[in-house]
Design a protein around this ligand. Structure first.
Ligand code: ADP
Length: 542
């Protein structure tokens, strides 16, 4: 027997409708890409402009299932485009501008995008590339007539002029909640880019799951600043979960340096923000240099790569801001776990609490964890046994775009994340490595992440990375690569002494090397492949 409740498809435009009706005066404040000034709109205006986007896209000939690309920073315009595009059943393909131009061309061609909306920042790069983008019929530049540059881009038009041709007298189209809404390519940290195709249903469920108190903990009284880009896997749901809850949004545009972010945090009364560790490194350095305080910020979500313990301690102890370590991946929409304190761990304090906080945490309802060995046998959740982390749920990919025939799930329907980690009896997961980065020494595994976390705790270290290098006896041994803080030069013996006693002795790196910079991927992670390339000819001492 079926229940007798209404059929109300989980469609993304219902979120912006709700925000406009229930939280209509709440603002979306954006730093303009043109001049860095602030632009303010209400949720009522954002919805109205999204409806105009939808109507204008239809005139442009966009139809259900068409892919529309954006190459854009976090701004109100990017947000209204998202809702407008998916509101006609078309698909927003968020292109990551930090990819190499050839990769950008590759994914736009693979996606078959018909229109490209781009920020001023990227006009010159796309002019160079346009010959390689035959599927793009027209380029819309996210600016107004006053700031429109001279450009050779085909059919180029200023977004505000383009939008002015449509009014808001439009009704969202109706379609199945499983309709595709967004397309995001993995940045290829491991292999070539693969397209993850989100649906309306998966994005709505994902936003509902992670808005809850143990996770993003959002409410209408919050002011949320997503520094994590819309092009980085759904901005960790914030483009949906903030309007869903009525939180005010602060969009930082193109300026992500410590000083610019600090100005917004204080000026707009931000209570919650989220980004990868490298962004927070910039903010913490700015605070240290200026003696600034964080007077309204309550919570910072840090993820995308492991959040160093020293960073958590700096935010919590020096600035009174609670850190939530989060883990996820493009294929997971992207959130998979959050490290909030469950009652079983409520008694922890001091160092023991920070031991917990370096873990990636536990999943919200709709995400299931599995831990197996290479042969697919389940491993114990004892907090010690390393294994392959696998995930299942309604916002986890079951196949890649245009590769639907290639199976990516195990026999129980779990997706192998490519991450290696442990799960403790309370359900907290801790990543020890990517399966490709784990260091295999004498048949045992050494976690590069644990070593990196430890090394950045040294007061002279700005950033640290650990890679395995070939060793005649042990197969691989860890090499610690350090970017020192300005004016500091921590020596090898000093670093090893600092690490001794905090890890198993055989985990200690065989050598320590200082470099000026460590390469990062387009999503801000340490690029281990490039680092291994840098040290290809390196030989361990002895
Ligand atoms: P890619 O960088 O391959 O495009 P994603 O941006 O989707 O992919 O990154 C997903 C990966 O990032 C995860 O599989 C994991 O290895 C890493 N990651 C994300 N969050 C964390 C975290 N909090 N701690 C450690 N690793 C993380």
């Amino acid at each position: 027997m079926l229940g007798l409740m209404q059929d109300w498809p989980l469609l993304l435009h219902r979120i912006i409708d709700h925000a406009a009706i229930q939280h209509g005066t709440r603002e979306v404040v954006s730093r303009a890409v043109e001049d860095g000034g602030l632009r303010r709109r209400s949720y009522v205006e954002i919805r109205e402009r999204a409806l105009r986007v939808a109507k204008r896209l239809q005139w442009q000939g966009m139809r259900h299932g068409d892919r529309v690309a954006t190459l854009a920073w976090n701004t109100d315009r990017h947000l209204e485009l998202w809702y407008g595009i998916s509101g006609i059943g078309a698909i927003t393909h968020t292109v990551n501008p930090r990819l190499f131009p050839d990769q950008i061309a590759w994914i736009i061609n693979h996606a078959g995008d018909r229109l490209l909306f781009l920020d001023l920042t990227f006009v010159a790069m796309i002019e160079q590339l346009q010959e390689k983008l035959p599927s793009i019929e027209r380029y819309v530049i996210l600016t107004d007539a006053a700031h429109m540059p001279q450009t050779t881009l085909k059919g180029a038009v200023a977004y505000e002029d383009w939008l002015a041709e449509a009014d808001a007298d439009f009704a969202w189209l109706a379609f199945d909640e499983n309709t595709a809404a967004g397309l995001c390519y993995t940045s290829g940290t491991t292999g070539g880019p693969k397209g993850v195709l989100y649906s309306h249903r998966s994005n709505v469920l994902h936003a509902m799951t992670w808005a809850a108190p143990d996770y993003l903990n959002l409410s209408s009284r919050d002011t949320v600043m997503p520094v994590v880009p819309l092009f980085h896997a759904n901005s960790w749901s914030l483009a949906y979960s903030a309007p869903m809850t009525g939180a005010k949004l602060v969009m930082p545009g193109a300026k992500l340096d410590g000083a610019s972010l600090y100005e917004l945090l204080e000026g707009e009364g931000v209570t919650m923000t989220a980004a990868v560790p490298t962004v927070w490194l910039g903010l913490l350095q700015h605070l240290e240099a200026t003696g600034g305080k964080l007077s309204t910020l309550k919570r910072v979500v840090i993820g995308g790569s492991a959040c160093p313990r020293a960073m958590t301690e700096a935010f919590e102890r020096k600035y009174g801001v609670t850190v939530s370590h989060a883990w996820g991946m493009t294929e997971m929409s992207p959130l998979g776990s959050f490290c909030s304190v469950k009652p079983v761990y409520e008694h922890l304090e001091g160092e023991a609490l920070y031991d917990l906080k370096v873990k990636q945490g536990h999943p919200g309802f709709t995400v299931e964890f599995r831990l197996t060995d290479d042969a697919g046998r389940d491993l114990p959740w004892d907090g010690k046994t390393f294994g392959r982390l696998k995930m299942r749920g309604p916002a986890v990919a079951r196949a890649y775009f245009k590769r639907e025939d290639e199976p990516i799930l195990d026999e129980q329907g779990f997706f192998d994340t490519g991450d290696v980690g442990t799960i403790d009896p309370a359900g907290y997961m801790q990543i020890t490595d990517r399966s490709k980065d784990v260091i295999k020494s004498g048949g045992e595994w050494i976690s590069s992440i644990d070593l990196e976390n430890l090394a950045v705790g040294h007061p002279d270290v700005a950033e640290a990375a650990v890679i395995g290098v070939a060793h005649p006896k042990w197969d691989e041994r860890p090499l610690l690569v350090i970017v020192p803080k300005p004016g500091r030069r921590p020596g090898k013996e000093e670093m090893l002494a600092f690490m001794t006693g905090k890890i198993a002795k055989w985990w200690l790196p065989d050598d320590v090397v200082l470099v000026e910079a460590i390469p990062h991927t387009a999503t801000g992670k340490i690029q281990k492949t490039a680092l291994r390339e840098m040290f290809r000819d390196y030989r361990l001492p002895g």
